[in-house]
Design a protein around this ligand. Sequence first.
Ligand code: AR6
Length: 170
Amino acid sequence: MRITLLQGDITAQAVDAVVNAANSSLMGGGGVDGAVHRRGGPSILEECRRLRASRYGRGLPTGQAVATTAGDLPARWVIHTVGPVFSPEEDRSDLLASCHRESLRVADELGAATVAFPAVSTGVFGWPLDGAARIAVGAVRAAATRVREVRFVLFTPDAYTAFEQALTAG
Ligand code: AR6
């Protein structure tokens, strides 16, 4: 598998699957989630509502992932995952790694060969970029998956640098 980095907007990526940094409600929010629903259109939210009504009445648990179609985005699917909120008292690294593993497992189920990830948990959820980048890159590298390209799409120069360092460190 190839890991690539790009500074830009994840909603502009023409890949098989785009990972959304969602929350348990699956009902949208700010950051990546806001951009995905804004640019993807209402069909994504409709599918999310159906998922809540059928499989996730209590919400999608942190560390898990579920797919919908991608509406008007230039991708085929959106894989919604819920990152952990950063805590200075509690180590939640396993949950952040799980987001990446589970998203790739769902990608395999879909038959997605190219998957774009944002820097999950590093915005509203407050995770420091360097740590999040190490966990994300480590989890993707360790994953047994048929995905051929994982593209980390970083919004800011700082996020890009953090992922570049994590990639060259290991
Ligand atoms: N493309 C790529 N990266 C982006 C984009 C974009 N269009 N927009 C923001 N980022 P966040 P989280 C970066 O907050 O921390 C939402 O309200 C951003 O700079 O989107 O997992 C959800 O509904 C940051 O580095 O996700 C949840 O409630 C990274 O993406 C909560 O936020 C992640 O920031 C999830 O918080």
